[in-house]
Design a protein around this ligand. Structure first.
Ligand SMILES: [Zn+2]
Length: 293
């Protein structure tokens, strides 16, 4: 892992654009993790309330059936509603899949619709707590399981609670093409040998439980972000990542935020692409195109 770099591209980002001369690439990310959450019943210290709006009484060691059911909604109903919205606008996505949460029907649907399979770990494990050998074992077993379920080898790594100092070297050695554990830029960059495609915490439906409150506010924030990047006087290309969770955006009251955004993007000159395509095109074309002095 390289030293911390808070200079980055600075005032002179690469001048290159995306295919067709487009200025903005949109990456839709679907988090497939319902069933992979932390819970005391499987030996974790706490029940994970991540992206859930209700507090439930926790009885240590006992299954929290109500909390489980709120996550199950994503896999049982929400995922399919989101998939239909992506089909409606012909939008390819990248699925951050926890291997233990990826069910055979969801795996088959993602592959059939041409979405990219990325590795989101075996389940919600905190990789920063793991030794290098423990982490490698989890990387290898989740890779094998995802391959078995989808027939393809994931090229992208994204762990639930960020990465350890040795994660990137480990996933590079395991044949991964890029990592997404970063929030530091509007463009991909290289850390050591591994390209990184930064993700985003603000253009993310997890904010429906805090800053957005309504689907309408979230949809407006997504469209406003895209409008800004399309009109940004900054030279060169940028990426807008949109993070989605089927247990949230898949609710009937929220899904129109996604549909509004996809319609807005479809009506503009935007490259909606899988992250692997963005990483590849950036490496082969955009990154070499430095602005002329
Ligand atoms: Zn996630």
């Amino acid at each position: 892992m390289s030293e911390r770099d808070y200079i980055g591209y600075g005032a002179e980002p690469p001048a290159g654009t995306w295919p067709g001369g487009r200025k903005v690439a949109v990456s839709i990310v679907l988090n497939i993790e319902d069933g992979a959450e932390r819970r005391t019943a499987r030996g974790d210290r706490v029940d994970d309330l991540g992206a859930h709006w209700e507090r439930h009484r926790v009885v240590p060691g006992q299954r929290n059936l109500s909390l489980e059911s709120a996550f199950d909604y994503g896999a049982r109903a929400g995922f399919w509603r989101v998939l239909r919205a992506l089909r409606e606008f012909d939008a390819p996505a990248t699925a951050f899949c926890c291997a233990h949460a990826l069910t055979p029907p969801i795996a088959a649907a993602l592959v059939a619709d041409g979405h990219e399979i990325a590795n989101h770990g075996l389940r919600w494990d905190t990789h920063t707590d793991l030794s290098p050998s423990e982490e490698l074992a989890k990387i290898q077993s989740s890779t094998a399981l995802l391959r078995e379920l989808t027939g393809e080898r994931p090229a992208c790594w994204y762990s639930r609670d960020g990465i350890s100092p040795w994660t990137r070297a480990a996933v590079a050695a395991e044949g991964y093409s890029y990592d997404s554990n970063s929030f530091c830029d509007d463009l991909p960059y290289v850390d050591g040998e591994l390209p990184v495609v930064p993700y985003a915490g603000d253009t993310n439906d997890s904010g429906l439980l805090s800053q957005f409150r309504t689907g309408r506010a979230f949809g407006a924030y997504l469209c406003g972000s895209l409008a800004m990047l399309l009109n940004d006087p900054r030279p060169g290309a940028t990426v807008l990542s949109v993070g989605l969770h089927p247990r949230l955006i898949g609710r009937p009251g929220y899904v129109n935020a996604l549909r509004t955004f996809l319609r807005y993007a479809a009506e503009r000159d935007v490259w909606v692409a899988r992250r692997g395509e963005i990483a590849r095109y950036w490496r082969e074309s955009v990154s070499n195109n430095r602005p002329q002095p």
